[in-house]
Every structure is written in structure tokens, then in C-alpha cells.
Design a protein around this ligand. Structure first.
Ligand SMILES: NC(=O)c1ccc[n+]([C@@H]2O[C@H](COP(=O)([O-])OP(=O)(O)OC[C@H]3O[C@@H](n4cnc5c(N)ncnc54)[C@H](OP(=O)(O)O)[C@@H]3O)[C@@H](O)[C@H]2O)c1
Length: 327
């Protein structure tokens, strides 16, 4: 495994990390959750990504139970959570705790997440989306206070505009508060512009690190959707019906088949090629992988061996295949 600085922050994250979206609480039970985290850790993964909203709190419960059973030294791994959507009206009436980054919601949400995760603190806490209805200053002070109270070590954003990230950073700078150190954006061969263009100034000016999500575009970049939706795939899940059109898009699947030819020439799988391609961007601190079974973890973790084979010539070949068929 390779370890990279999280932007300008002092901690290092494994170049490949592991997240629990869709899988934990939907596809995987406690036993499987433990097996997958264990497999990732065996490959050197030190960062495990989660969010309050994943399976409506179940994902945090499962990861918390897994961490308790695995009993790893707390110094050796990083855990995250994220806040914005809130939980289905379990704890309140929805007025102040859904789709928001207000102080009341955030301060309550971190305490509930820590209980589900059975942890004293999370290493990273993210504002899962921007909230245009709460003053940026209120959110920045709340995120700072989470850290000041020892409930989180670093904070960041997910899918915020460059302007909002810059604004939050400047508020924190002005008031000597803990600054946002990381952004969690989508990044893969079909989704590039925000990371490569919109955020370009943030990396050097603010030292923003990136923990990128959906490196396989939810599985599309494995090639498994080229002939329809396999029965045991994410695309077949009832609650993922909204994603089916994207996963079966004919133009994109044609490109994935051609990427498969590049992968074949390198002696790797299309999934490994797609993950390796993400790691080639030096602005990426870690690629958060997802998996529904141990065999996928083993396959995906070998992507770093493939990354060294992505010479400028191979990168140009990949670029020629994808062209401008990406956001
Ligand atoms: N901040 C955000 O807004 C945000 C949003 C989304 C995700 N995330 C984070 O990023 C993590 C990764 O995102 P993601 O799960 O969408 O990543 P992904 O790599 O795009 O998709 C992972 C899924 O693809 C399939 N897959 C993975 N490896 C495979 C392989 N080798 N062969 C065949 N199929 C394979 C599995 O689904 P099936 O086997 O079920 O088909 C797996 O669950 C999440 O867990 C979460 O922590 C963050």
C-alpha cells in the first residue's frame, strides 16, 4: 500500500480506502462487514468511510460493531462520518434536522454517530452537501467546535463548490478556527471536471486534500453492465432503480468495453484499470473503494500494482478511448 498526505494535513491516508455506502446495511450483515473491513485492512487500508445517512444509521452501527470485534489499535485507522440529510423522522419532526448544516443538527448528529460507531471520536467529519439556507459562518463554527470538543480530529466538505470551500476556509482563517482540510468529490473516468478544473486553485492555495468516491461509477467501470443488469449487482437493488439508466447507458458501456481491451493488454481487469487511473492524479489523497464481497476487495486492492503500468502512452490510450465522454 502507498500512503499519501491528506492535502496539507499531517495525517496520511492509504491511497486506496474503503467505504460502506449501499453495501453496509443493504447488502451486507455484520459478519460480512467484518470480513470486508478485515480484507481491506490486510491490504494496508487505514481509512474507512461512512456517513450518518448510509442505510439510515445502520451502516454506522455495523461499522461500529465490526470495529469493536476487530479491536484494532485506534492509532492505526481512520474513520469518517458525514452530516447533512439527517435521519428519517426518528428523532425529531424534520424541521431542523433534515437537509441542513445548522448548528443544532450538527452538534446533535455527531453525538448520535459516535454512539452508533461506538467511538470516542471520528478522524474526519464532513459536511455531506452544501446548505444554502444556513450561514456559512454558523456551519464553520459548529465544525470547529466539534473538533475543539474532541469529537472529531479534522473536518471537510463533500460536493461543495470551490467558492463555498474557499469561503469556509477564509471564515476559519479570520476567526482562527479549525479549517476544512479535505473535500470528498465524485471522481472517475466519466466524472472529472470538478476535481480537475473547478478545484484546481484549492490544492495549492488552501492545501485541500481529496478523498474521492465512486471510482468505478458504481460498478459501470467494471464492464459488468455491458450486457444488462446482473442479478447480484448494485443495479439490481430495488432502492437503486434510479441508477439503472446510467449503468446501462449504451455509449458509456461501449467505452468500457474498449477500456477492457486496454486492461487485457496490461494483464489486469477493467475495474483495476479504472481505480489505478484515479490514483494517477497527484491531487487525489485516497480513492475510496466500495465492495459487496471479499473477492472484489482483493481484486480492487491490486490496482496499485496496475498504476505503475500506466505510462504516459497508456494514459494517452485511455484518454483516446474516453475522449470527452465525461462530465
Ligand atoms: N460523499 C459522497 O457523497 C459519496 C457518495 C457515494 C459514495 N461515497 C463513498 O465512496 C465509497 C465508494 O463509492 P462506491 O461504492 O460508489 O464505489 P464504486 O467503486 O464506484 O462502486 C462500488 C460497487 O461496485 C461493485 N464492484 C466493486 N468492485 C468490483 C469488482 N472488482 N468487480 C465487479 N463489481 C465491483 C460493487 O457493487 P455490486 O457488487 O453490488 O454490483 C461495489 O459495491 C462509498 O462506500 C462511500 O464511502 C461518498
Amino acid at each position: 500500500m502507498e500512503y499519501r498526505r491528506l492535502g496539507r494535513a499531517g495525517i496520511k491516508v492509504s491511497a486506496l480506502s474503503f467505504g460502506s455506502w449501499i453495501t453496509y446495511g443493504n447488502q451486507l450483515d455484520e459478519k460480512a462487514s467484518i470480513e470486508l473491513m478485515s480484507a481491506a485492512r490486510d491490504h494496508g487500508v487505514n481509512f474507512f468511510d461512512n456517513a450518518e445517512v448510509y442505510a439510515a444509521g445502520q451502516s454506522e452501527l455495523l461499522m461500529g460493531a465490526a470495529l469493536k470485534k476487530l479491536n484494532w489499535d485506534r492509532l492505526t485507522y481512520l474513520v469518517s462520518t458525514k452530516f447533512y440529510w439527517g435521519l428519517p423522522n426518528k428523532f425529531g419532526d424534520g424541521i431542523n434536522e433534515r437537509n441542513t448544516l445548522n448548528r443544532k443538527y450538527l452538534m446533535q448528529a455527531i453525538d448520535n454517530s459516535l454512539k452508533r460507531l461506538q467511538l470516542d471520536y471520528v478522524d474526519l467529519v464532513y459536511c455531506h452537501r452544501p446548505d444554502p439556507h444556513t450561514p456559512l459562518e454558523e456551519t464553520v463554527f459548529a465544525m470547529h467546535d466539534m473538533i475543539a470538543r474532541g469529537k472529531a480530529l479534522y473536518w471537510g466538505t463533500s460536493e461543495w463548490s470551490a467558492a463555498d470551500i474557499m469561503g469556509a476556509w477564509q471564515i476559519a482563517d479570520k476567526h482562527h478556527l479549525h479549517k476544512p482540510v479535505v473535500e470528498q468529490p465524485e471522481y472517475n473516468l466519466f466524472h472529472r471536471k470538478r476535481v480537475e478544473q473547478e478545484y484546481a486553485r484549492l490544492y495549492d492555495e488552501l492545501g485541500t486534500g481529496t478523498t474521492i468516491w465512486s471510482p468505478l461509477a458504481s460498478g459501470l467501470l467494471t464492464g459488468k453492465y455491458a450486457k444488462g443488469i446482473p442479478a447480484d449487482s448494485r443495479g439490481s437493488l430495488k432502492n437503486m432503480a434510479w441508477m439503472q439508466e446510467k449503468l446501462t447507458d449504451a455509449a458509456r458501456n461501449t467505452i468500457v468495453v474498449k477500456l477492457g481491451d486496454v486492461a487485457k493488454d496490461l494483464g489486469c481487469t477493467t475495474a483495476q484499470l479504472a481505480i489505478a487511473w484515479c490514483t494517477k492524479n497527484p491531487r487525489i489523497s485516497t480513492v475510496i473503494t466500495g465492495a459487496s464481497r471479499v473477492t472484489q476487495v482483493s481484486e480492487n486492492m491490486k490496482a496499485l500494482d496496475v498504476a505503475v503500468k500506466l505510462t504516459p502512452e497508456v494514459m494517452a490510450r485511455i484518454q483516446a478511448v474516453v475522449g470527452d465522454h465525461h462530465d
